[in-house]
Design a protein around this ligand. Structure first.
Ligand code: FAD
Length: 576
């Protein structure tokens, strides 16, 4: 029997340590192993990816490539500039491949793509090996053990997980990597056939980018942002397996922090350093194995208990956080494409949010005696996104998100609640799109699931519990250091007014160099004739607006429609 010739296809697992898929590839004792990355047009076009996440991806690729080369100077991460569906048939032939190995991905699009690739492999006589490694439990197995239903609570994950068995211990990183075979190619890369459909202005940039990716490809190198024509990243955070493992070790070296971590007690206003681990982007790109994270925490917790001390427990502990992650993966795995939207989704409550201004809608009936003005909602959305709502805590968070690509979980709670049921009454799907573009840790399952939670459309239903943009920030950071960092116009404000600058007397506003005026439509921070900076007035009276939202939610819950209701699908909900 000739020895296997293997392609190892990197996707959600940009690491060497604890990779069950890579271990399976190496177990084949191949005569040659090609570690490859292929540019997927879905990622380049369809997904909304801002410069910060692009930079992260390139960081991960470069770091992984260097680590592979350290193990074998002849090898590296071979970055190939073509869609997997068109690339693989040619690659299998040219490199005389016998096996294709990759980590399982249960995202709705990925499943479809992988099915197509598996079919291509079958036709080419290539054996495919797929291994789970992205989550603690295989999401499909979790769903199966949850009676075929999406996992919607932590306790469902715990019960279903117990039936599956212990989370496997991590596997050490390999100490050697086989040579790649001959890497010459007789074909040149093809641009994708289909240009999918989102945001036309963004699409132009992505087109340029893809054509650059699909250009001459002799050395399989990782491109730079500037080669791709993408704006420079602004995030101070950086990616890479080396960075991820060192961050993990440094965090876990504080064993008391690790064993007693309680999420609700961590401050959303802490920065440099932040109060939680900031390991989410590493988990997203797979540069940190979630099992490595999980087991190192378990070992610390066991030792802590061994000393007779009481550690924190799920759901608030670090273990609890990882279970939440698995919960959302299980919810997504069971629902497929429907998961990411309300339309035709039987698990998501239908709330007649303000719809985008291009769709005409009347929400006055379903919101009872209150009338919500749709044109205002569009401006609320724009100001929320721009960080010019006039509520400094919300604006600081949105600006931190745009600049740095990461905000604390409770910060995400604040801005998501404010955009949806606790302020603007705008559809959660619009907020999720902004997060998709700006987050460095964007994960479809976690982003969509958490937006559903915060908007009380699934997972959580206590819609009367809203976050105040004034009191919530003040509770964590009475002096307003966080606001001063991200809303520098207000840096000289007295702490008495830092969360409510519109209440400061005009004389003080002048003394502190920033006037509260305007509607956030673009003149903030630019200065007045007197050389004074400006910060917008709040876009509404929060208490009044919150009451309107709660009334709307009450009515929607009373009517009780879900996304797959016939009246939602045919639009007759408007007559209710
Ligand atoms: P830690 O508190 O240190 O937790 C450790 C790890 O547990 C995280 O790295 C993350 O992988 C996981 N985790 C923690 N909380 C959650 C949670 N609620 N849901 C799922 N996983 C969790 N997380 C993402 O990874 N990607 C997203 O796209 C994402 N979008 C979100 C959108 C909204 C509206 C909200 C409210 C939350 C979102 N989260 C998302 C969840 C959570 O906010 C982040 O995982 C967390 O803030 C990341 O910071 P950390 O690594 O310091 O977390």
């Amino acid at each position: 029997m000739p020895k296997p010739r293997v392609i190892f296809w990197y996707r959600t697992d940009l690491r060497l340590h604890d990779s069950p898929a890579l271990a399976a590839a190496l177990d084949l004792k191949p005569s040659c192993l090609y570690p490859i990355w292929t540019w997927d047009p879905h990622y380049v076009y369809r997904a909304r990816v801002g410069p910060n996440r692009w930079q992260f991806l390139l960081d991960y690729q470069s770091d992984l490539s260097a680590s592979i080369t350290k193990l074998n100077p002849k090898s590296k991460l071979f970055v190939i500039r073509e869609a997997p569906q068109t690339l693989f048939p040619k690659l299998f032939k040219e490199w005389d491949i016998t096996h294709l190995v990759f980590e399982k991905d249960t995202d709705a699009y990925a499943r479809k793509r992988d099915e197509a690739v598996m079919e291509i492999a079958k036709k080419a006589g290539v054996e495919v090996i797929v291994k789970t490694g992205r989550t603690l439990y295989d999401p499909d197995e979790l769903v199966k053990q949850n009676k075929g239903k999406p996992t919607m609570t932590i306790s469902q994950v715990q019960t279903a997980g117990a039936k599956i068995g212990d989370v496997p211990r991590p596997i050490p990183a390999p100490t050697s990597i086989p040579d790649p075979g001959d890497t010459s190619l007789t074909f040149s890369s093809e641009p994708p056939e289909v240009i999918p459909d989102w945001n036309a202005s963004h699409r132009d940039a992505q087109d340029t980018c893809y054509h650059k990716l699909a250009g001459p490809n002799n050395d399989f190198s990782v491109p730079t942002l500037s080669e791709l024509g993408i704006k420079p990243a602004t995030s101070p955070h950086r990616g890479g397996e080396t960075q991820a493992l060192s961050a993990l070790s440094s965090i876990l070296s504080n064993t008391t922090y690790t064993a007693t971590f309680e999420k609700p007690k961590t401050a959303p206003t802490d920065f440099s350093p932040q109060s939680t681990t900031l390991l989410s982007p590493h988990l997203h790109f797979g540069s940190l194995s979630v099992r490595e994270f999980y087991w190192r925490v378990q070992d610390i917790v066991s030792a802590y208990k061994g000393k007779g001390k009481k550690p924190s427990e799920p759901p608030t502990s670090l273990t609890g956080q990882l279970l939440f992650r698995d919960m959302y993966f299980g919810a997504q795995a069971a629902q497929g494409h429907a998961f990411a939207q309300t339309y035709n989704n039987r698990f998501i409550r239908f709330i007649p949010w303000h719809l985008p201004s291009t769709i005409s809608s009347s929400t006055s009936l379903i919101t009872g005696t209150y009338h919500i003005d749709d044109t205002k909602a569009e401006s609320y959305f724009r100001r929320w996104k721009a960080g010019t709502t006039g509520f400094p805590f919300v604006d600081a968070l949105m600006r931190q998100l745009r600049i740095e690509g990461w905000i604390h979980h409770l910060g995400r709670h604040m801005v998501a609640c404010f955009l949806t049921r606790g302020g603007c009454y705008v559809d959660w799907e619009r907020g999720a799109e902004v997060f998709e573009e700006w987050l460095i840790d964007h994960e479809v399952a976690c982003n969509v699931g958490n937006w559903q939670w915060l908007s009380c459309t699934a997972f959580y239903s206590q819609f009367y519990r809203c976050y105040s943009p004034v009191a919530f920030g003040r509770k964590w950071d009475p002096d307003g250091a966080f606001v001063r960092k991200f809303v520098p116009e207000l840096q000289n404000y007295d702490k008495k007014y830092i969360y409510e600058p519109w209440k400061a007397p005009i004389a003080d506003q002048k003394k502190w160099g920033c006037l509260v005026k305007g509607d956030g439509s673009g003149d903030e921070g630019r200065g007045t004739k007197e050389g004074m900076q400006t910060y917008p007035k709040p876009m509404f009276d929060f208490n009044t607006q919150r009451d309107i939202c709660i009334q709307g939610m009450k009515n929607a819950y009373r009517v009780g429609l879900y996304g797959n209701d016939k009246r939602v699908l045919d639009g007759t909900w408007r007559a209710l």
